[in-house]
Design a protein around this ligand. Structure first.
Ligand code: DQA
Length: 141
């Protein structure tokens, strides 16, 4: 099973960015833990602050991975382009968020991705990524 994790804008600052909301662990650190935990799964990681690069990555990775775990961060709430990309590709995408976006500002309640995602997991801190990976593995059982 090959899974790609894609993180969007500002998530390169995890660990120092608003730790009360996003925790104090860097994603690189967390990614190593994920690789250790899911030893039998091939995990890859890509991060960009640029909307077009995220869209390009989704196009590129189509057919290359069994699943994508996508935290598009702020673009979730603004990007029709990313939503269309999810619709255009065949690889299933699980949308994740670290925080419970529905318990925050109203503008975070709207997602342009969810309608074209396989499923959505949010509000469990970094464990949202674990749960998204698990969701692909459960399917294979
Ligand atoms: C986020 C939630 C978004 O609203 C926010 O813009 C982010 C992170 C999350 O993981 O909780 O950057 O996607």
């Amino acid at each position: 099973m090959k899974i790609l994790i894609i993180n969007g804008p500002n998530l390169n600052l995890l660990g120092t960015r608003e730790p009360e909301t996003y925790g104090d662990k860097s994603f690189e650190n967390y990614f190593s833990q994920l690789q250790f935990k899911f030893k039998n799964t091939s995990l890859s990681y890509f991060q960009s602050n640029i909307e077009g690069e995220l869209i390009d990555k989704l196009h590129e990775c189509d057919h290359e991975f069994d699943g994508v775990v996508l935290n598009a961060a702020a673009y979730t709430h603004t990007s029709i382009g990313l939503g269309d990309a999810l619709k255009a590709i065949k690889t299933p995408v699980v949308e994740v968020h670290i925080s419970n976006t529905h318990a925050r500002e109203d503008f975070r309640k709207k997602s342009f991705l969810s309608a074209n995602a396989k499923g959505v997991i949010f509000g469990f801190g970094l464990a949202s990524y674990d749960l998204a990976i698990e969701s692909f593995l459960i399917e294979k059982q």
